[in-house]
Design a protein around this ligand. Structure first.
Ligand code: ADP
Length: 662
């Protein structure tokens, strides 16, 4: 059941169990240490009490012997009274010595010299029952007998607890009397218990019900007191010796052991608390980290840019899913791979290796990125843009490079499509022009063809009517046939130029003289010039160097410009001259250029139209396509030249463009 709990609850429960266990273990330890200490003190006091009892017993036995010595003494030389007096001086615990006969009548008695006679207040008779009891025991046992202790009030108002010792006097085996010694219980304690036992504890005699009879030593009140009780069984009387000790009353920290255990317990609990705090902090940091990681992962996974990190040796240390998808390799196949990388096309390995060596030598790649070609796992090559930045670790040291890789194949495809569509547009424009030309051609070819047919008809008639009689006729005939040939040749040229124009050729650049370029377009230009009644002036020095260009395209440009110029003059009646001029351009020394000018005397270009001229599909003509000039500019710029225009003086416009010399 415990394991089925949620991890968080389980962790808390574990912590609670741990804390409870540690706390209970520690409190048990402290309690046990305290208990141990109490037991130590208790056993010590028990020992002391036993020592005290043994001291008292020994002293009592010795006293009995002293009394016996008193009995056996020769009372003729030293009277009993004197002897007894001497002994009383030696034994402060005795209050009185008596010699009694067998009927317990006092024969002689001596009181201790150290205090007033004990029985002076109530008289000795008051204690007779105890004496009888003691001597009864003594007689029965033929040894010492003790009477019960009794309280004897004193003349000074105080009182004394006394106990009688009765020793039978046996002379020649016959009981002849008794010696009785009266003990002061408190003096017994003072004189018979070793001073080391009473210095720090209180010793007292009690009755079995706990009533205190006599005491010695002073107990410090207010502290916890240890008590030990020992029974003293004397023949005829039993007493209890009680010992009270205040020594080492165990507090919370009774000794070093308990204090040590407690200190360790506190240290343990503190460590536990600190551990718990640390754990909580760690958990919080872990959660934050997990959040940050999840965020980073989501970010990386959603990126379409491939990310790739490499260490300073060029080994791949990280790739994101977008990169893997791009190159078609798994992260496992890439990470740890050294140079050459598996996505390098084999034919580029040398070049890329050199580039890499430069990078590792510390040359930073351009910030705007570098274009490169990668290879997918399938072997397909694709263009990429790589943006690389140094990978800096937390200590600020560079550990490698981080690269963002963009697959630009789609971009290239779009560029290709737009280029193709531009080409198609060009072709369409060309076809439109061709269509226009074709209608002109059909019109223009009519004249030479009509001429051919009429010459031919004439020749036929002449041949039929006059046969070969007349030589003059023969000459005329040959001249007519010659003209037929000329006209046919002209028609052929026209048709060829149209054919050449329409046919699409490879965009190869070749060196062509300006004259050759003009010659090629002239038939078409003249064709239109005739239609519009324009005079065409060509100024092309024959010593000009050749231009390096795509012949067909440049011819198209010339044709376009010439046609535009002529159309601009179409409505004019007087100024209908189109000038085609070729000259070396005023260029710098390093490269030399040729400049082509097409000048008309037409209506010119109004303000506001000039800036839109080169915009595709801008036209002011009803049937115009608006593509001519924009295409012309593209063609010229592809050759590195410049297409420009300025007003012609006094009227019209001059379009000029430059081409490099071969
Ligand atoms: P299109 O000839 O089909 O109209 P172009 O791009 O060749 O397309 O020319 C765009 C426009 O530029 C023309 O419609 C015309 O208004 C103007 N233009 C071009 N050449 C001349 C010129 N020599 N004189 C006056 N206007 C011109």
């Amino acid at each position: 059941m415990f394991f089925s709990l949620a991890p968080r609850t389980r962790r808390r429960a574990l912590w609670a169990v741990l804390v409870i266990l540690v706390l209970s273990m520690l409190s048990t330890l402290v309690w046990l240490a305290g208990r141990y200490e109490v037991t130590q003190v208790q056993s010590h006091i028990e020992r002391d009490a036993a020592d005290a009892v043994s001291d008292i017993r020994t002293a009592l036995t010795r006293n009995v012997q002293s009394l016996q010595a008193l009995q056996y003494a020769d009372h003729l030389t030293v009277p009993w009274m004197q002897e007894a007096n001497t002994m009383l001086r030696e034994h402060r615990e005795w209050l009185r010595l008596e010699l009694r006969d067998t009927e317990l009548r006092v024969i002689s008695s001596v009181d201790t010299p150290f205090r007033a006679p004990v029985f002076s207040r109530l008289g000795r008779a008051a204690n007779q029952p105890e004496v009888v009891q003691a001597c009864g025991v003594a007689r029965r046992q033929s040894g010492p007998g003790y009477g019960s202790s009794t309280y004897v009030p004193q003349v000074d108002g105080l009182g004394l607890e006394i106990m009688d010792l009765c020793l039978p006097v046996i002379t020649n085996g016959v009981l002849t009397g008794y010696t009785i010694a009266t003990y002061s219980l408190s003096e017994i304690l003072v004189n018979m218990v070793g001073p080391q036992l009473t210095r720090s504890q209180e010793v007292s005699f009690t009755e079995s019900d706990g009533t205190r009879l006599a005491m010695h030593g002073t107990a410090r009140r207010g502290t916890r007191v240890f008590v030990a009780k020992q029974l003293i069984d004397l023949p005829g009387h039993n007493m209890v010796l009680r010992m009270d000790s205040w020594r080492g009353a165990p507090d919370l920290f009774p000794n070093v052991l308990t204090a040590l255990v407690t200190a360790m317990a506190i240290a343990l609990v503190t460590v536990l608390v600190m551990l718990a705090r640390d754990m909580r902090r760690r958990q919080r940091v872990e959660l934050d980290l997990a959040d940050a990681l999840a965020f980073r992962k989501a970010m990386e996974d959603s990126l379409v840019t491939g990310l790739r990190a490499r260490d300073s040796e060029g080994r791949i240390t990280y790739v994101n899913p977008a990169f893997c998808e791009m190159v078609g390799f798994d992260a496992k196949e890439l990470i740890g791979q050294s140079l050459p990388a598996p996505y390098w096309p084999p034919e580029m390995v040398d070049e890329y290796g050199q580039r890499q060596a430069l990078r590792l030598a510390g040359n930073a790649p351009p910030r705007e990125g570098a274009e490169s070609v990668f290879m997918r796992k399938s072997g397909e090559r694709f263009p990429v843009m790589i943006f690389e930045a140094p990978l800096i670790n937390a200590l600020g040291e560079q550990t490698g490079w981080m690269g963002a890789v963009l697959d630009v194949s789609e971009q290239r495809r779009v560029e290709e499509v737009s280029r193709a569509s531009q080409e198609r547009l060009q072709a369409t424009a060309r076809l439109a022009t061709v269509g226009e030309m074709a209608s002109l051609l059909s019109h223009e070819l009519n004249q030479p063809l009509a001429a051919i047919s009429s010459y031919a008809t004439g020749s036929m008639n002449l041949l039929q009517d006059a046969a070969l009689k007349d030589p003059q006729l023969a000459e005329t005939l040959s001249s007519a046939i010659q003209r037929i040939g000329q006209q046919a040749e002209r028609a052929g040229k026209v048709i060829k130029s149209v054919h050449d124009f329409v046919r699409r050729r490879d965009q190869a650049r070749e060196a062509v003289t300006p004259r050759a370029l003009l010659d090629d377009v002239m038939p078409l230009v003249i064709l239109q010039a005739r239609k519009l009644g324009v005079r065409v002036v060509v100024n092309c020095p024959s010593d000009l160097p050749a231009a390096l260009c795509d012949r067909t395209m440049v011819e198209q440009v010339l044709l376009n410009l010439a046609r535009n110029g002529m159309q601009a003059m179409a409505d004019d009646t007087q100024h209908k001259v189109l000038t085609l001029l070729v000259r070396p351009a005023a260029s710098n020394a390093s490269s030399r250029w040729l400049e082509f000018l097409v000048a008309d005397l037409g209506h010119g270009i109004p303000e506001g139209v000039a800036e839109k001229l080169f915009t595709p599909f801008f036209t002011t003509k009803q049937e115009g396509m608006g593509l001519g000039l924009s295409l012309c500019r593209t063609v010229v710029e592809q050759h590195g030249g410049l297409l420009s225009l300025q007003p012609n003086i006094p009227r019209g416009t001059v379009f000029s463009f430059t081409l490099p010399q071969s």
